[in-house]
Structure formats: C-alpha cells, structure tokens
Write a protein that binds this ligand. Structure first.
Ligand SMILES: C[S@@+](CC[C@H](N)C(=O)[O-])C[C@H]1O[C@@H](n2cnc3c(N)ncnc32)[C@H](O)[C@@H]1O
Length: 321
C-alpha cells in the first residue's frame, strides 16, 4: 500500500472509531442520567424531560433526539418507548496498525464536558469554543489524526513551491504546516474567524518566517481577489450554514486546473455519524457534518465545469476544468 492509500485508510478508520466510541458514550449517558429507566415506563416527551433533574433542558432534549436518531428510543404519538438495541464494535485485524492513539484523551475530555454542559451551556469546564478554548482546540488540531489528513491534502492537492493556496477555517496548525511547502514565490492565505486560534497560528509562522498571510474573517464574507491553485476546507464545512455560497466563492477563486480539497466526516459515508455530532455540538457553531453528495450538488448547481475525485469516505477533490 502506498503512503497516500495508507493515509486515506488511517483517516477513515479513525473517524469510524470516533463514531463507534461516541455511540457507546451516548448509550452510557442514557444509562447515567436514568433516561432508559424512565423511558421504560413509556412517558410522554415532556414527562421525560421534567423527570430528569438537569438544568440544561435544551441539551437534554438534544441527547434524547440523538438516542432517537440511533434507534434506541422511539417516539410514538403519545409516548416514548424503548427499542431493543444492539451494536457491533468491529476491529478488523488489518486496521490495528492504522489506529492513532492521541485523539482518545481529547475525546475523553469531551465526553466529560457533557456533564458540565448539562448544568449550563456556558459552564467553564466546557472547552469547545474556538476563541475562549483556543488552547484546547490547538491541542486537538495538533494531534496525529489532524496531521495525517494535512499530509493527505498535500499529496492530493498538487501543492508545491510557488503555489497560491487559500485555506478556509485554517485554525492554528495548518498555516505553519502548509506554509512550509510553498516557498518564496508561493502564497498561503489562511482565513479564520477566531482571533485566538489565528494568534497561535501567527506566532508559529512568524517564528519560522514563513510567507503566510492570515485574515480574521467569516469565510462567508470572503471576496478573493487573487486566483489560487489550491483551496483547502478541512473540517470547516460543519460550521457553515451558507455552504453553497462559500463553495461558489471558493470555486470562483480557483485557476483552471486548480483544486479544492475537502476533508470531512461525510454524513452519507459514515453510518451513525449523528453520535459524533452530539459531542461536536457542544460547540455552539456546529451545524452538522456535510454530505459529499451535497458538496458536489452545490458546485454543479453553481454551473462550474469540474471533475470530482473521491478518496475513501472522507475526502473529495474538486478540480476546476
Ligand atoms: C475543526 S477546526 C479545523 C481547522 C483546520 N481546518 C484544520 O483542519 O486544522 C474548524 C475551524 O474553522 C473555523 N471556522 C468555523 N466557522 C468559520 C467561519 N464561518 N468563518 C471562519 N472560520 C470558521 C474555526 O474557527 C476553526 O478554526
């Protein structure tokens, strides 16, 4: 297996396990907060919510909705009922080598945050805000899972010395990573709306003296004036409500032959991704993972002449013709 194929498998396998552990943790929350016990008595939705003594009822409702989404709880016209549920955790032996260890402690922290978020969405122990909790996000974005997909983007995008690169929702780690490969004649523009994450990114690129430009703005507001060879959107789309508009602007900004690389936990590819969404939803801006079909549909709907390459379950490369 070549390095590119290996990276694709690493990313898909680790997302799959992030999802399966999320399913188990959701079930654990159902037991821990007495949800299953109460639902066994066939309560109405409002009876269930009022019987569980947590202050943050909107999050409790979201938890119940996700348990419904997984098929553990069912809503009938008058009551909630329990469905039998079984879940198979698969560890094919050829995947052991692909498992990355360092996202586990990060997810352990995120699972714990649910208890505090059920007290209050603004509880200081909930560390999912891009600005307030930039250090936690920076730890997360520095893990080997995130490094793996950056290397994959590098391989699939054709990014090289002299490339013009636009990275939307660049975060704190990608600018210094990609900035190393573009050389003196290249240009990397990272756009992000989090001043705290950009500050961390800026400190890194300045230390390495890289030709990187960082812009603090909402990606929905970009008006690219330069033409780019490569555009990057890695785990950004799930925070955007205006995906079609952003994709139009990005595709407009690409040279012909230029490539947009999207890496995400595409919801039409990963079964039970809703379980992971429950935990990611502790960040207020999270709106849900995109589907690969949706991204393609928006780009074609905007009339762009493109070719698509799908890699594994989590990568889409769009080449502008
Ligand atoms: C999960 S992080 C991914 C960061 C980076 N793409 C990476 O893969 O390392 C999502 C990033 O998108 C940024 N973001 C989310 N919505 C945004 C928006 N509407 N405009 C600009 N940045 C946004 C966040 O601040 C955060 O840095």
């Amino acid at each position: 297996m070549g390095r590119t194929e290996e990276l694709i498998k690493v990313i898909d396998t680790n997302i799959n396990h992030m999802i399966s552990l999320s399913v188990l943790h959701l079930a654990q929350l159902g037991i821990k907060y007495g949800i299953f016990k109460i639902v066994a008595g066939r309560p109405s939705y409002s009876e269930l919510l009022s019987q569980i003594g947590v202050p943050n009822k909107p999050l409790l409702k979201r938890l119940v909705e996700h348990l419904k989404g997984l098929g553990i709880i069912e809503e009938t016209p008058n009551s909630l009922i329990l469905n039998g549920f079984s879940y198979e955790l698969k560890f094919p032996k050829e995947e052991y080598m692909l498992l990355l260890p360092d996202w586990i402690p990060i997810f352990e922290e995120i699972y714990k945050m649910v208890d505090f978020a059920l007290i209050s969405p603004d509880h200081p122990y909930v560390l999912m805000d891009f600005d307030k909790d930039a250090d936690f996000w920076d730890m997360r974005l520095s893990s080997s899972f995130h490094s793996a997909y950056r290397e994959l983007v590098l391989r699939l995008s054709g990014l090289k010395e002299g490339s013009y690169v636009l990275d939307l929702g660049c975060g704190s780690v990608s600018p210094a990573y990609f900035g190393r490969f573009i050389g003196e004649d290249g240009r990397y523009l990272g756009v992000d709306y989090s001043p705290a994450l950009l500050e961390i990114a800026r400190a890194r690129v300045e230390k390495m003296n890289l030709p990187v430009e960082l812009k603090e703005m909402d990606v929905g507001l970009i008006k690219p004036r330069t033409s780019y060879d490569v555009a990057i959107m890695t785990f950004t789309m799930e925070y955007l409500t205006n995906r079609r508009e952003v994709l139009r602007k990005v595709m407009d900004s690409l040279n012909s032959g230029g490539k947009l690389v999207v890496v995400d936990a595409f919801r039409d590819e990963f079964k039970n991704v809703e379980a992971l969404e429950f935990f990611e939803g502790l960040n207020d801006s999270f709106v849900g993972f995109p589907s690969r079909a949706e991204v393609k549909e928006y780009i074609l709907g905007e009339g762009f002449d493109v070719s698509f390459e799908e890699h594994g379950k989590s990568v889409l490369v769009v080449k502008k013709l």
